[in-house]
Design a protein. Structure first.
Length: 278
């Protein structure tokens, strides 16, 4: 039965549940594929230079997830070209000191590698540590993307965070992320015909284990709107080299569990790809 016949308060809203960092390590890949098999994700963002980027490829392509480029200019995996600590990258971007040729080369190389790995263009783009929105980087990225059709590939907009019920420290973090260049990216992406998510959730301090993540998830799902993106960073198994390994496992535990089922039903939410709309 169509949801259009239901009262407005009972219509299901679609949420894009997107797992970042596919390829980071085998545990991250396993966590993402585990959640995909439970229909607990709709998208995952690929770190094309990371050690496990080409691992588990048949399972990834068969998962039904939208696949995005997780543009990385801050974390070194031994890749060639531009790679800087986040703080320095932000300063140079806003001072107009990022070398344009190096930025464009890095973007083109990662897009080409994404297509080599997956055999297709990305369904969407975002950025590791949200670098895709920074000045000069956003223009290089949009210039390199395929011509959009029906709004696709879509672009992650982190500039409209849903912050209801969050403590001041997380409101501040979300506002800082949004202020790094989201408005400029939004204007440029819209002008070119790319779709963007109307709201953004998932910003927290990566601490507190499963109990803390359950609390944040309750708040995020209670405040999301139709088409919003909720980012997550799950893993299944330990990786001693990953400083976020324990919290990634906590995220997987919560997202795979019964609480998530109850919250989706309680808030009339369905996990879905981003709607095709500019």
């Amino acid at each position: 039965m169509s949801t259009d016949s239901q009262p407005a308060e009972h219509r299901y809203r679609r949420i894009v549940l997107c797992a970042d960092d596919f390829g980071m390590n085998p545990a991250v890949n396993a966590g993402i594929l585990s959640l995909a098999g439970r229909d607990r994700l709709s998208a995952t963002s690929l770190l094309v230079d990371a050690p496990a980027a080409g691992r588990d490829l048949p399972a990834l392509l068969a998962s039904g997830l939208q696949l995005g480029l997780h543009l990385n200019l801050t974390e070194s995996f031994g890749q060639p070209g531009l790679c800087l600590p986040l703080g320095r990258l932000i300063r140079m971007a806003w001072l107009g000191r990022l070398p344009e040729d190096a930025v464009r080369a890095a973007v083109r190389r990662q897009l080409a590698l994404f297509m080599d790995i997956t055999g297709r263009a990305p369904d969407y783009v975002d950025g590791h540590q949200h670098v895709h929105q920074l000045p000069r980087i956003r223009d290089a990225l949009l210039d390199a993307l395929p011509e959009p059709r029906d709004g696709q590939p879509w672009v992650r907009d982190v500039g409209r965070p849903r912050m209801a019920g969050l403590p001041p420290r997380l409101r501040f973090k979300a506002a800082v992320i949004a202020g790094l260049g989201a408005a400029g990216l939004r204007r440029r992406a819209r002008a070119r015909g790319h779709a963007l998510n109307p709201g953004f959730l998932g910003v927290y301090d990566f601490q507190g284990g499963a109990p803390a993540y359950e609390g944040w998830l309750r708040r995020w799902l209670a405040s999301c709107h139709d088409g919003d993106v909720l980012m997550c960073h799950p893993a299944l198994g330990v990786d001693d080299a990953d400083v976020l390994s324990a919290q990634r496992q906590a995220e997987h535990e919560v997202l795979a569990g019964a609480l998530m089922t109850r919250l989706l039903a309680e808030h009339h939410l369905t996990i879905s790809p981003l709607l095709s709309r500019p």
